[in-house]
Design a protein around this ligand. Structure first.
Ligand code: ADP
Ligand code: MG
Length: 365
């Protein structure tokens, strides 16, 4: 196993630059997830690490070796793709053992390694089957088996679960996590799915348009997002973002939203906010408390939409010219068209400055 480093890595296709100087340090044995919208460069970063594409700037290191220029076979890493591409005419055992056969390993030694890998993945009883005789999840497991059998220095996964149905995806997610724990291997897992990123990762790298937006633990990314893009990308239903201007009101600061200057959101006192400055207020749906219209507190609005998933309802409330989404747990959802009030816990507000950087409180409450 080995650590992996991207240092100032750039990639251009012709005269189009798609990766703009990316720095990422991955520790030996770490499970890091690259997440970001489609087209942000996740696959390109993995493919450059694997040697399937050359970086056009910067350098990539695996352990102590700068690998730029080395062919894939000399990089000693394994990659699992979304389309697991098993050989249909080979059994599970032959598929898993294929990379070892390419290395010229003896049949006896190969068998031992294949059985070991199959054991880790619960495939022992399927070794003589053909891919067509397997379910989607089992096939994906064979593809993983083919990757782990070589004992590479790092594993790369490019959206390997995207083709599986929802229930299987959740199960395979767990298996990847357990496998990581068992092998203690360096793993990089790419996904556009923020839930997959949050649940799998030791650390998450959030990417946008070929740049790193933030690197941190799932908790960092969720609670201390670097900017409103990260805040908006991670979390479901997504965070409410309200752009506006800071104004003084009877001794404290409020946010007057651009979209409806008749509204005013009291801002937390522990921030130093200059009157007139433009900020964006972020409030996650779970930090908006929906209370009956008859309650004396909070901001009153109209219920315009409700998405009920059983355990949780995402309730959209219209407050003047704004729409805010609140999560409701356990309670029966409100009637559409009815009135309700929102209470906002100022301690849970996220504030982003004019340059879209998250503001740190200047003092304790
Ligand atoms: N071989 C290629 N030639 C030209 N452009 C490419 C090539 N591969 C990827 N790109 C472009 O690079 C950007 C990043 O792509 P990709 O790494 O596949 O994104 P992701 O995996 O995050 O969806 C996209 O704009 C894509 O169109
Ligand atoms: Mg991709």
């Amino acid at each position: 196993m080995a650590d992996v480093a991207f240092r100032g890595v750039e990639k251009s296709f012709g005269n189009v630059t798609v990766i703009h100087g990316v720095d990422i340090d991955i520790a030996d044995g770490e499970l890091v997830v690259f997440v970001g919208p489609s087209g942000c460069g996740k696959s390109t970063l993995l493919r450059m690490l694997a040697g399937l594409e050359e970086n056009t700037g910067g350098e990539i290191a695996i352990g102590d070796d700068v690998v730029s220029g080395l062919p894939p076979k000399d990089r000693d890493i394994a990659m699992v793709f979304q389309n697991y591409a098993l050989y249909p005419h080979m059994t599970v055992a032959e598929n898993i053992g294929f990379p070892l056969r390419m290395q010229g390993m003896s049949a006896a030694e190969r068998r031992e390694r294949v059985v070991e890998a199959a054991g880790l993945l619960g495939l022992e009883t399927y070794l003589e089957r053909y891919p067509r005789e397997l379910s989607g999840g089992q096939r994906q497991r064979v593809a993983v088996g083919r990757a782990i059998v070589r004992k590479p220095r790092a594993f790369l996964f490019d959206e390997p679960l995207s083709n599986l149905d929802a229930a299987l995806r959740v199960q395979m997610r767990k298996e990847v996590k357990l496998l990581h724990r068992r092998l203690g291997a360096t793993m990089i897992f790419v996904t556009h799915d923020q839930v997959e990123a949050m649940t799998l990762a030791d650390r998450i790298v959030v990417l946008r348009a070929g740049r790193v937006e933030q690197i941190g633990t799932p908790d960092d990314i969720y609670r201390r997002p670097a900017n409103s893009f990260v805040a908006g990308f991670i979390g479901s239903p997504p965070i409410n973002l309200i752009a506006g201007t800071v104004e003084p009101r009877s001794g404290s600061a409020v946010l007057v939203p651009e979209e409806d200057p008749a509204l005013a959101f009291p801002l937390p006192p522990q921030f130093d906010l200059a009157p007139g400055s433009r900020i964006t207020l972020g409030i996650r749906p779970e930090n908006l408390l929906l209370v009956p219209a008859t309650a004396g507190s909070g901001l009153e609005g109209k219920v315009v939409f409700c998405e009920n998933s059983g355990q949780e309802s995402a309730v959209t409330l219209e407050l003047g010219g704004l729409q805010l989404v609140a999560s409701l747990w356990g309670d029966e959802p409100p009637v559409i068209g009815g009135r309700a009030r929102l209470e906002i816990d100022p301690a849970r507000m996220l504030l982003f400055d004019d340059a879209d950087m998250r503001l740190e409180p200047a003092r304790e409450t």
